[in-house]
Design a protein around this ligand. Structure first.
Ligand code: BG6
Length: 468
């Protein structure tokens, strides 16, 4: 019988600096866009000129100080990798400082050393929703080309520093979210009368060029490393077999695929021209940009997957699905999480096939998981069978995707330890195998507890996915 998962498959979990570390101003760290969001991407506007209160990302789960113990728990589950991000503003507090901050560089040296000593290879996202705030106030975020230079310098600094420790990199987390969360993903604040879509795509162009330059630098500095893009992926289904619904779904799909198309194939897809034209703008490109995109395509395509969505061309049907970050209609064939995200394991197989058919490059599932409310039993156990069900159902479809012929590098669940939600800034939306005793108000001991899913995932890894 053929094994479900390949040998040397990467098993682990994924976290992001701003959602776990806390210590938001320790050891010379500058503020990032996450530090000025009181209650996450969906529930708040950035506080740019006011007093910063006690915001959730400021303390998060204190991973900055607890990483050794937390890594030990990941190792206990058998992880052979951990996806984590570097906080850019720990390295360059304002984003474009003349010299990097040695304390920040040392911190990630220590974290990577600790992971490696415990048998886990670091899989590193260069920028995960925490652009240095200095780059927003000084340049207006990614609307400015200046950020390409700042990002390239940051990348070269960390590639050089960690070249012997980190061999798998990703350029931007969920790069397509510049279209959905422009402040968080690109530091964009719009002025009255501005063409928002134009600015979003202009910022995207800068990020895409920056991403290609990061690929170039990574290959030059660490020849044996792989560097990929990362997109928030979800299949879009047409509401009916009316061709108008299919066209609507296709347009929605392209909001995601555009980014993979440029990063994996190395050029702007033909459909982009019409989109820009019909929205009354062109992308400003510098001489040489297209050549850079062409020459430095990514080695692999990473993606997050949580849900699918449904699109209709009928305006009366287009009421929003509650809590679904991407909008869309309710799918009567699917259940939804407590946050209204529609649970669609088969969508995982669909997206794996769609991305592999299109790009023919290795894929890497770097986020998947269920945000749910957990309760702690009297004996400190946590019976999160719903999380096990969600992950098992998805992993079964991952195995189907592999059987379909998809080349897959690995699977890292989102939030192997409870962390602060990106969309709502809450702690009660928990993803972890490890419970963290902390509530939405930041109260709690911070104590870590193993949930039932902890033992389940440990078995999954120990059997290389044969037992789900
Ligand atoms: C992805 C992000 O969009 O989804 C993560 O890369 C985020 O940062 C995750 O945490 C889950 O979303 P949420 O809003 O439930 O935290």
């Amino acid at each position: 019988m053929t094994a479900k998962f390949p040998k040397n498959f990467l098993w682990g979990g994924a976290i992001a600096a701003n959602q776990v570390e806390g210590a938001y101003n320790a050891d010379g760290k500058g503020l990032s866009v996450a530090d000025v969001m009181p209650r996450g991407i969906l529930n708040s506007e950035p506080v740019l000129n006011g007093e910063l209160g006690d915001f959730p990302y400021h303390t998060a789960i204190d991973f900055y100080h607890t990483y050794k113990d937390d890594n030990a728990l990941f190792a206990e589950m058998g992880f052979n990798c951990l996806r984590l991000s570097i906080g850019w503003s720990r390295i360059f507090p304002n984003g474009d400082d003349a010299e990097p901050n040695e304390a920040g560089l040392q911190y990630y040296d220590d974290v990577f050393d600790d992971l490696l000593s415990k048998g886990m290879q670091p899989v590193v996202t260069l920028n995960h929703y925490d652009l240095p705030l200095g780059l927003v106030t000084k340049y207006g975020g990614w609307r400015s080309r200046e950020l390409i230079t700042a990002y390239e310098r940051y990348c070269k600094t960390v590639f050089t520093r960690y070249q012997s420790k980190v061999k798998i990199w990703m350029t931007f987390n969920e790069i397509n979210c510049v279209l959905h969360a422009p402040f968080t993903a690109a530091g964009l604040v719009f002025k009255e009368g501005e063409n928002k879509l134009q600015l979003q795509f202009q910022a995207a162009h800068h990020q895409l060029v920056a991403s290609a330059l990061a690929v170039k630098a990574c290959h030059e500095i660490i020849p044996d490393a792989k560097i990929g893009c990362m997109i928030a992926a979800w299949p879009t289904y047409p509401d009916t077999c009316n061709p108008d619904d299919t066209l609507k779904a296709m347009a929605k799909d392209r909001q995601m695929l555009f980014f993979g198309d440029v990063q994996a194939r190395g050029y702007y897809p033909s459909y982009a021209k019409r989109l820009f034209r019909e929205n009354g703008f062109e992308i400003e490109m510098a001489t040489g940009d297209e050549a850079i995109l062409k020459q430095y395509a990514v080695d692999y395509v990473a993606f997050s997957y949580y849900m699918s969505q449904v699109e209709s061309a009928d305006p009366d049907r287009r009421e929003k699905t509650g809590g679904n970050l991407m909008g869309g209609l309710m799918n009567p064939y699917l259940k939804a999480s407590e946050w209204g995200w529609q649970i669609d394991p088969k969508g995982m197989r669909i997206i794996l096939n769609q991305l592999y058919d299109r790009y023919q490059k290795p894929l890497f599932i770097v986020e998947n998981g269920l945000g749910a409310i957990d309760s702690v039993n009297a004996d400190d156990s946590i019976s999160d069978d719903y999380r096990i069900d969600y992950l098992r159902d998805h992993l079964q479809q991952v195995a189907e995707g592999i059987a379909d012929g998809v080349e897959l590098m690995g699977y890292t669940t989102w939030g192997p330890i409870d962390l602060v939600s990106a969309s709502t800034g809450e702690m009660k939306k928990r993803y972890g195998f490890i419970y963290v005793d902390k509530d939405n108000e930041g109260q709690g001991t911070g104590r870590r507890l193993r949930k039932k899913s902890f033992y389940w995932y440990k078995d999954v890894i120990a059997t290389n996915g044969e037992e789900l």
